[in-house]
Design a protein around this ligand. Structure first.
Ligand code: BES
Ligand code: MN
Length: 462
C-alpha cells in the first residue's frame, strides 16, 4: 500500500487542499450556540468522508448533561485480528474568530498567502485531522493499511465538553486501541517535529461579583455604594504577585518538578527567548524568573484572565455603578495538581478577598488534569521514522503547555500507547486572529501518517 499511497498523496495535493478548504469553510465554533448547526455539519462532513473511504462510521450524540456536539467514531478492521489498531484523534470544533476586525481575510474563507492557508481552525485542528483523514482515504484506496484503523473525533475540545470523554469511558470495551495518534500540537521549531511527553491541564472558571440590586447613579450613591467591578479588579490583582507567583493558598503544594533529564533536554533546544518574544510579538517575557521560559510554559501552572464583563461598554460616558461584574479566569495545571482541590481553594480564596457589600462567587466551567504520556513504547520509534521520512527530521521529546482534556480519559479507559504530536508550526496563531497553517506541513503530514501506518505493521499490541 505504502508506495502507491504516497505517490497518490503527491499526485493529489490539489484534492487534499480542496478537502481541507471545504472543512474550513464550515464555521464550527463550539462555544457559540448560534453555530450548533455548523458543528453538526462539520461532523457530518467528516463522517461522510470516512464512510466514503470504506470505514464503518457512527455519528453519536452522547447523552448527558452538557453534551452538545456529536462524536464521530469510525473503524476499519480489514488488517485482521492479529494486526495492531491505530486510532486517530482530532477535533472539528474551533475557537470563536473574534476580534473580527483584525483578520486580513475572512476567518472562514481560506485564503492562501506565502504557502500558508489563513483561516480559523486551519491549524487547530482541521488541518491536522485532515492529515489523518486523507491518509486513511489514500491507504484504503491502495490496498489498505497494514494496521486496523479507528477515528475518534470530537466537537467540544475547545470548550472542555463532556461528550467524547463520556463516550470513551462508556464504550471502552468496544474501542480497543493499541496506538493513539493525537495530532493537535505544533513543531518545536521549523524542521523540528516533536513527540509530547506531557500536556498541561486546565481549570476554567467564571467569577461573579454582585453588589446592589440594580445599577446605581454614581453621583447619588458613589462613596457608599459597593462597586462589584472595582472589587473584581481588586480580587484579580490579588491573585498573582508581580513576580508571577499565584497567591491561592496551597496552589503549588502538589506541583511536581520536571525530571533533571527533561530540563537538560529543554535547555539544548534551538528555541531562544527572542524566538518566543517574536512568535508573540512582545518586547519582554513575563513570569517566574527562577524558571526558564520553556519550563514556565510546559511545567509550571499559570493563572490568566480571559475577559471581564460588566458595567457600561458603550460609546461615550455613563455614570453608573454596576450591580454586577464577571471575569473569566483559568488556571493551567501541571502534574500532580488536582483540579477539584485547586477549585475549592480558589473559590474560597476569591470570596475571602471581597469587600463589604459585594459577594464574589466562583463557578467552574470545565476542568481537566495534566497528562504525562509515556514515551518508552515501540510506537515512538515508528513515529520518529515516519517524521524522518516525511519531513527529514527526527522528533524531540518535549512537553507542551496547551491542553487536550480527553487525553487523560483515553489513557485511563483504553490504555493505548500514546503518540501526541502536531503538524503545525510555531507562529500559526492558534486562537488568535489570522490563524494559519502551512500547506507544505499539511501535505507532509499526510505522508507522515501513511508512513506511521506502515511502520506499525509488526508493532506489538498495547
Ligand atoms: N490544540 C490545542 C492544544 C495545544 C496547543 C496542544 C498547542 C499542544 C500545543 C487545543 O485545541 C486547545 O487549544 N485546547 C484548549 C482546551 C481547553 C479549552 C479545555 C486549550 O488548551 O486552551
Ligand atoms: Mn486543538
Amino acid at each position: 500500500m505504502l508506495e502507491q499511497a504516497l505517490q497518490a498523496a503527491r499526485d493529489q495535493r490539489e484534492q487534499s487542499q480542496a478537502d481541507l478548504f471545504e472543512l474550513i469553510r464550515i464555521p464550527s465554533v463550539s462555544a457559540l450556540s448560534e453555530h450548533d448547526a455548523d458543528c453538526r455539519r462539520a461532523a457530518e462532513w467528516i463522517a461522510g468522508r470516512l464512510t466514503r473511504a470504506g470505514m464503518e462510521v457512527k455519528l453519536v450524540d452522547v447523552p448527558g448533561e452538557g453534551s452538545r456536539h456529536p462524536v464521530i467514531a469510525a473503524e476499519w478492521t480489514g488488517a485482521g485480528p492479529q494486526a495492531p489498531t491505530l486510532a486517530i484523534y482530532g477535533h472539528y470544533d474551533v475557537q470563536p474568530p473574534d476580534p473580527l476586525e483584525e483578520w486580513l481575510s475572512p476567518p472562514f474563507e481560506p485564503s492562501v498567502r506565502d504557502g500558508f492557508v489563513y483561516a480559523r481552525g486551519s491549524d487547530d485542528n482541521k488541518g491536522q485531522i485532515a492529515c489523518g483523514i486523507r491518509a486513511a482515504e489514500l491507504a484504503l484506496a491502495h490496498g489498505g493499511p497494514p494496521v486496523n484503523l479507528r477515528f475518534l473525533i470530537e466537537g467540544e475540545e475547545e470548550v472542555g465538553g463532556p461528550s467524547l470523554p463520556e463516550f470513551v469511558k462508556r464504550e471502552a470495551a468496544r474501542l480497543h486501541t493499541d496506538y493513539l495518534l493525537i495530532a493537535d500540537g505544533q513543531f518545536t521549531a521549523p524542521g523540528l517535529p516533536n513527540l509530547l511527553t506531557g500536556l498541561r491541564g486546565l481549570l476554567y472558571t467564571e467569577v461573579e461579583a454582585t453588589g446592589a440590586a440594580a445599577d446605581l447613579h454614581s453621583g447619588i450613591y458613589g462613596g457608599v455604594a459597593p462597586n462589584p467591578l472595582n472589587t473584581l479588579a481588586h480580587v484579580i490583582s490579588a491573585l498573582k504577585d508581580r513576580d508571577g507567583r499565584i497567591t491561592v493558598p496551597g496552589f503549588y503544594d502538589a506541583v511536581r518538578k520536571p525530571e533533571e533529564r527533561e530540563l537538560a533536554d529543554w535547555q539544548r533546544l534551538p528555541v531562544t527567548e527572542d524566538d518566543q518574544m517574536q512568535a508573540m510579538g512582545v518586547p519582554a517575557l513575563e513570569g517566574e524568573a527562577e524558571f526558564s521560559p520553556l519550563e514556565r510554559r510546559w511545567a509550571r501552572p499559570t493563572l490568566d484572565v480571559h475577559g471581564i464583563l460588566g458595567g457600561f461598554q458603550g460609546q461615550g460616558q455613563k455614570t453608573v455603578i454596576p450591580a454586577r461584574a464577571k471575569a473569566k479566569i483559568s488556571m493551567r495545571l501541571v502534574p500532580d495538581q488536582d483540579p477539584d482541590a485547586i477549585f475549592d481553594a480558589f473559590a474560597e480564596y476569591v470570596d475571602s478577598l471581597s469587600t463589604p457589600g459585594v459577594r464574589v462567587t466562583a463557578r467552574r466551567l470545565s476542568s481537566g488534569r495534566a497528562v504525562r504520556t509515556g514515551t518508552d513504547h515501540p510506537g515512538v520509534e515508528a513515529a520518529a521514522r515516519a517524521f524522518e521520512s516525511a519531513y527529514g527530521g527526527r522528533p524531540v521529546l518535549v512537553r507542551e503547555g496547551g491542553s487536550i482534556p480527553v487525553t487523560v480519559d483515553f489513557q485511563e479507559a483504553l490504555r493505548p500507547h500514546l503518540l501526541v504530536t502536531g503538524f503545525g508550526l510555531p507562529g500559526d496563531a492558534l486562537h488568535s486572529p489570522n490563524e494559519k497553517y502551512s500547506l507544505d506541513q499539511y501535505f507532509r503530514g499526510i505522508e507522515m501518517v501513511l508512513h506511521l501506518m506502515e511502520n506499525l505493521r509488526d508493532a506489538p499490541r498495547a
